[in-house]
Design a protein around this ligand. Structure first.
Ligand code: PXP
Length: 248
């Protein structure tokens, strides 16, 4: 099965909010993350990811509604497990939901979800989302306890957090890669399907191809950044072509 590419368009909204946070209904509210999503789809993205954060620092509720209506592929809503966001997701019914930990003070999602400590709260949210037809993924570190807990929670997917690998060098990087390889194998044995994401870019993504059973990568910052120089369509097409090299 070819490796799918989910393009995270949060940082298009970050750029818009830098200028228009106080004037969301202004006449010239650009750049539009939904327009970016449509370009990404045309350039080969297999899905679009957006994170509706509690502080609404980038993606807004309206963006998610418009994405849900206009995407031809699928919407993967990244979300914290908090009552307001869960209620919103249950109304929107995204194709996929990826549950992430969320801390207001972080610049980006820092660690994986703790499925062991939050097992009870997660169980309720996962089954509510699944009842509305949403496929659920849990964003976790490649830790055996977390993988076992994700399987017990009956999520369809895990998304392996690749941030520690992406930030490391030398021996630590090799060790992080091995943890991801082992984590993917264990997840598959437990019946989970496996995605990965965070901190991936045009230089490091091929290294990840040593990980077995991957179905989808979710990549945002690197694609949006490259798009400033090459155009978004070219940036997406290049990453999609790299995904085509995954041996499966
Ligand atoms: N996957 C998850 C669960 C994330 O939280 C993020 C960051 O929003 C990404 C993937 C994309 O990370 P990056 O922007 O570093 O590619």
């Amino acid at each position: 099965m070819p490796l799918r590419l989910g393009v995270n368009i949060d940082h298009v909204a970050t750029l818009r909010q830098a200028r228009y946070a106080r004037d969301p209904e202004g006449v010239l509210v650009e750049p539009d993350p939904v327009g970016a999503a449509l370009i990404a789809e045309q350039a080969g993205a297999d899905g679009i990811t957006a994170h509706l954060r509690e502080d609404r620092r980038h993606i807004q509720d309206k963006d998610v509604r418009r994405l849900r209506q206009s995407l031809g592929t699928k919407l993967n809503l990244e979300m914290g497990n908090t009552p307001g966001i869960v209620a919103f997701a249950l109304r929107i019914c995204p194709h996929d939901a990826c549950l992430v930990p969320e801390n207001r003070h972080e610049v980006t999602t820092e660690g994986g979800l703790d499925c062991v400590a939050h097992r009870t709260e997660l169980a309720g949210t996962i089954s509510q989302l699944q009842d509305t037809g949403t496929t659920v993924s849990l964003f976790i570190d490649p830790e055996p306890d977390q993988i076992r807990a994700a399987a017990a929670l009956r999520a369809e997917f895990i998304e392996l957090h690749t941030g520690a690998f992406a930030n490391a060098t030398g021996e630590i990087r090799a060790r992080e890669l091995q943890r991801l390889i082992d984590g993917a194998s264990m997840a598959r044995e437990l019946g989970l399907r496996v995605n990965a994401g965070h901190g991936l870019n045009y230089d490091n993504v091929r290294e990840l191809f040593a990980i077995p059973h991957l179905e989808e990568l979710n990549i945002g910052h690197a694609i949006v950044s490259r798009g400033l120089f090459t155009g978004l369509a070219a940036a997406v097409a290049e990453m999609k072509a790299i995904c085509g090299e995954y041996p499966g």
